[in-house]
Unconditional design. Structure first.
Length: 299
C-alpha cells in the first residue's frame, strides 16, 4: 500500500496571488495556481482531491469569491462567485457534513456552503453596511467542532488595539433566533491584540490561534483549552516574534504545527511551540496554510 504523501498548501497574497505546495520540510515547491485576487484561506478535501481557497478581492468593491482546483492545480473553477461574500478570510473544510465554513471580514459574518458553492448560509451576523467601519465587528478566523456542536471564530478589532475576541456559538442558528440576534454566543477571550486564524485539536480539546498584533502578546501563536472546565487565566503563548502571523495548520498525529506570516516565512514547530524552525523564507506576503496527507489520487 502506498504511503500517503504529506504536503503543505500555502497562499501568497503578493506577487499576483499564488497557491503553492511544498513538503513539510519546505522542499519540492510547486506553484499550482496564479492570478488569485488576494487569497487568504485554504482548505483541502483529501477524499475528493480538491483544494479550496478564498479570494478577498478589493474590499470596497464587495467582490470576494471562493475557488477550487484539483490537488495538482488543474480544473480551476469558481464555486462562490463575486458578490455572494464580501471579503472571505479563513476557510474550514468540515469533512463529516461536507461543508465549507468561512469568515467574511467586511461582510461581518460567519458563513457556510455546500462544497459546490450552493446553499450559502449566514450563521453569525455582527453588523450591517456602514457598521464595517467598526473593525471590532470584523470576523476573520473560523473553526468547527462537530462533535461538540460548536462554531469558533475571531473578531480581530483594529490593528494592535487590544480589542480582539474569540467567540463560539452552536453550529446552527437556534430556532427562533437570527444570525444577527443569537442567544447562544459566548465570548471565550477578549482584549486580545489582534487574533487571526484558528485551528482546533479535537483529540486534546485545544484551541490554537495566531495573533498579528504588537508584542508581547501579539505576533504570536497561542493555545487554550476548548472546554470551560479547563479554561482559566491567560492563554498560553507558544511562539513569539512572528512578522505579522496569519496562517496556522496542525498535524496532531505528527505533533507538529505550521505557521505563516506576512513577512514571507513558513515555520515548523512542535505543538507546544518548541523546536521551531524556518522551512521557507522570503516567499512574499503569506496568508493561509493547510496540511494534508494525500492518497494516490491526490499525489
Amino acid at each position: 500500500m502506498t504511503q500517503p504523501q504529506e504536503r503543505l498548501f500555502v497562499l501568497e497574497a503578493s506577487g499576483g496571488g499564488r497557491l503553492f505546495s511544498v513538503n513539510p520540510d519546505g522542499s519540492d515547491k510547486k506553484v499550482l495556481v496564479t492570478g488569485c485576487r488576494v487569497p487568504d484561506g485554504v482548505a483541502v478535501d483529501v477524499v475528493a482531491g480538491h483544494i479550496y481557497w478564498t479570494n478577498m478581492g478589493i474590499p470596497q468593491l464587495n467582490d470576494g469569491s471562493i475557488e477550487r482546483v484539483d490537488v495538482d492545480g488543474s480544473n480551476r473553477t469558481t464555486i462562490v462567485p463575486s458578490g455572494v461574500t464580501h471579503t472571505p478570510k479563513q476557510l474550514h473544510f468540515e469533512a463529516a457534513g461536507r461543508k465549507l465554513y468561512w469568515c467574511d471580514r467586511e461582510g461581518m459574518r460567519v458563513m457556510r456552503s455546500d462544497l459546490d458553492g450552493s446553499n450559502v448560509e449566514t450563521l453569525v451576523q455582527t453588523g450591517q453596511g456602514d457598521d464595517s467601519r467598526d473593525q471590532t465587528k470584523w470576523c476573520v478566523g473560523v473553526g468547527v467542532d462537530v462533535a461538540g456542536g460548536h462554531l469558533y471564530w475571531t473578531q480581530k478589532g483594529p490593528s494592535d488595539a487590544g480589542l480582539g475576541k474569540i467567540l463560539r456559538a452552536g453550529i446552527d442558528v437556534p430556532a427562533g433566533d437570527t444570525p444577527a440576534a443569537r442567544g447562544d454566543i459566548e465570548v471565550l477571550f477578549k482584549d486580545l491584540p489582534e487574533p487571526i486564524d484558528i485551528e482546533l485539536d479535537l483529540a486534546t480539546r485545544a484551541l490554537y490561534w495566531t495573533d498579528r498584533g504588537d508584542p508581547p502578546r501579539g505576533n504570536t501563536v497561542n493555545r487554550a483549552p476548548l472546554d470551560a472546565t479547563n479554561r482559566s487565566g491567560e492563554p498560553e503563548i507558544l511562539s513569539t516574534h512572528l512578522m505579522e502571523g496569519i496562517g496556522i495548520a496542525l498535524d496532531p498525529v505528527g505533533g507538529r504545527m505550521f505557521v505563516t506570516d506576512l513577512g514571507g516565512t513558513v515555520y515548523l514547530a512542535d505543538l507546544d511551540g518548541s523546536n521551531r524552525r524556518e522551512i521557507l523564507v522570503a516567499q512574499g506576503n503569506l496568508t493561509g496554510i493547510a496540511y494534508a496527507e494525500l492518497n494516490e489520487r491526490g499525489a
